[in-house]
Design a protein around this ligand. Structure first.
Ligand SMILES: *Cc1c(COP(=O)(O)O)cnc(C)c1O
Length: 224
């Protein structure tokens, strides 16, 4: 087994155990393998081990990988500028980082023009951190409405990256807050939980966990 296949198997085991502990069915939680800043060869190894869905932070990097790997499907999980909405629609299966009504409009227009249907999550900055993207919890209602007004967008739920802390338990209140916001807006899916805290996220209702380091190892230091 390759190193990536081995790590993927151990992440899969963590997800399965967490589902069991939370009395949830394993198929309620999707594992997204975050491949940003890892080469196409690494994604191929994960695909050989059965993984099909990958997360990328940059449209350009996602587009290059999608062109090389037609059988993989990609979620954009990084901040998206409106002038890159058209390209994102062309290459991503899902955009998890919708954080403004203007971006929702732009994605909706391009998806509609392409005759496509794009899955999206509204990203919420639950920790209110200045350096993180995502809308404020108080803006979720308006943003959800804006997305629902776009016929080419399919709103799946809410996504968040909580403030980083060594102790994964510290993420729990933020995951809980996201779940509460989703309930308030009748949204079913929660994209939350990463390498360090996926168990806590699954306990709090995550339907999609985004796991990078635990599958692919450490990333290159330089951001692109
Ligand atoms: C990089 C990234 C991840 C994966 O983080 P790991 O700690 O490597 O598992 C998940 N979500 C987002 C939004 C990211 O940018």
């Amino acid at each position: 087994m390759s190193a990536i296949a081995e790590r993927l198997a151990s992440v899969e085991a963590r997800v399965a155990r967490a589902c069991e502990r939370a009395a949830r069915a394993r198929d309620e939680v999707t594992l997204l393998a975050v491949s940003k800043r890892h080469p196409v060869a690494a994604i191929r190894e994960a695909m050989a081990a059965g993984q099909r869905s990958f997360g990328e932070s940059y449209v350009k990097e996602l587009a290059a990988k999608a062109a090389a790997l037609p059988d993989a499907s990609f979620h954009l999980i990084g901040h998206l500028q409106r002038n890159k909405a058209r390209e994102a629609v062309a290459v991503a299966r899902c955009v998890e980082s919708v954080d403004s009504a203007r971006l929702a409009r732009e994605l909706g227009v391009h998806a509609d023009a392409a005759g496509a249907s794009l899955d999206v999550f509204v990203q919420v900055n639950v920790g209110g951190e200045a350096q993180k993207s995502g809308c404020a919890p108080s803006e979720v209602g308006a943003l959800v409405e804006a997305v629902r007004g776009e016929r080419a967008l399919r709103l799946r739920g809410l996504m968040t990256v909580p403030p980083w802390h060594e102790d994964p338990e510290r993420a729990r209140p933020f995951f809980r807050e996201l779940a509460k916001l989703a309930r308030a807006h009748a949204l079913k899916e929660l994209s939350m939980g990463m390498s360090a805290d996926l168990e806590v996220a699954i306990e709090e209702g995550a339907t999609l966990v985004r796991v990078g380091t635990a599958i692919f190892g450490p990333r290159e230091v330089a951001a692109r």
